[in-house]
Design a binder for this molecule. Structure first.
Ligand SMILES: Cc1cc2nc3c(=O)[nH]c(=O)nc-3n(C[C@H](O)[C@H](O)[C@H](O)COP(=O)(O)OP(=O)(O)OC[C@H]3O[C@@H](n4cnc5c(N)ncnc54)[C@H](O)[C@@H]3O)c2cc1C
Ligand code: FES
Length: 242
């Protein structure tokens, strides 16, 4: 389907926010596939950062040719999109929530945080240096920040922020780079807290047809494979091998 771009601006160094016209329903943690044009043949997966009435927002980082093309698109341009795809986060009501996000794993957690509508939400966000989306998250909970260079919040990793909080919460949701998810999974298991994480894998089709995105799932003492695009990207931390 073709969607019209409403705005596409740089909100932090190399980080862009694109706002699009949108009619479809989608759940937090689901993603869309975008045709970025130029010589890129495969569509690129991007998480849904927010949906508000008939508007969808994505936040993306410049990586290669696809995202570079995306960043040059202007308001009024149309873009070919499929989705929403995948299995998103499960929403648990009336719980004390901990949200843990790192880098470009942060955008999908905004829509989740908004939809949780929980009274107590701790939000721990980790960045390399420049921060973004902070004011948006502050509307829904208490925000803690870590940067690797110490320019904002605590100097260090996002997982350093949650050591004193983790025992007090009911459920954890996380999204971010693999090393962060691995550390979060270990902390959640140690603290005996249920934890859902959104996993990132390279994608071909985005609909379960090509097996490019296979991930390992623990099966008692054995393993089997699932597809991140269709069965995920959200899994229980305990079941997925990171
Ligand atoms: C479910 C999901 C949600 C995502 N959400 C976001 C988001 O909200 N914001 C954001 O900035 N990035 C997100 N990504 C990563 C984003 O898809 C890649 O950064 C982007 O595809 C890079 O494309 P490129 O052409 O600029 O880079 P290139 O490196 O030129 O891409 C080459 C190929 O690799 C694939 N690829 C490269 N890196 C990744 C990656 N990390 N994950 C999956 N495929 C990759 C591309 O689809 C393409 O087929 C998400 C990835 C997945 C799987
Ligand atoms: S991307 Fe093709 S099966 Fe997942």
């Amino acid at each position: 389907m073709l969607k019209k771009i409403i705005s596409n601006i740089e909100i932090s160094s190399g980080i862009y926010k694109m706002v699009l016209e949108w009619e479809e329903k989608a759940f937090p943690g689901q993603f869309i596939m975008l045709n970025c044009g130029g010589r890129t043949l495969l569509k690129r997966p991007m998480s849904i950062c927010d949906i508000d009435k008939k508007i969808l927002t994505i936040v993306y980082q410049l990586k290669g040719e696809g995202t570079k093309n995306l960043s040059k698109m202007k308001p009024g341009d149309s873009i070919e999109i499929t989705g929403p795809h995948g299995h998103g986060f499960d929403i648990f009501k009336n719980k004390k929530i901990l949200i843990v996000g790192g880098g470009v794993g942060i955008p999908p957690l905004l829509y989740l945080t908004k939809e949780l509508k929980s009274e107590k939400i701790y939000i721990a966000l980790g960045f390399r240096s420049e921060i973004y989306l902070i004011d948006e998250f502050k509307k829904y909970g208490e925000v803690f920040i870590a940067t690797e260079d110490g320019s904002h919040g605590k100097c260090g990793y996002v997982t350093d922020l949650i050591k004193d909080i983790i025992d007090d919460i009911d459920i954890i949701y996380g999204c971010g780079p693999k090393p962060m998810l691995k550390a979060l999974k270990e902390m959640a298991i140690k603290a005996k807290k249920p934890c859902q994480i959104s996993v990132e894998e390279r994608m071909g089709c985005g609909i379960g047809a090509c097996m490019v995105c296979a991930c390992k799932i623990k099966d008692k003492d054995n393993f089997h494979y699932k597809k991140v695009c269709k069965d995920g990207p959200v899994f229980w931390a305990e079941e997925v091998e990171i």
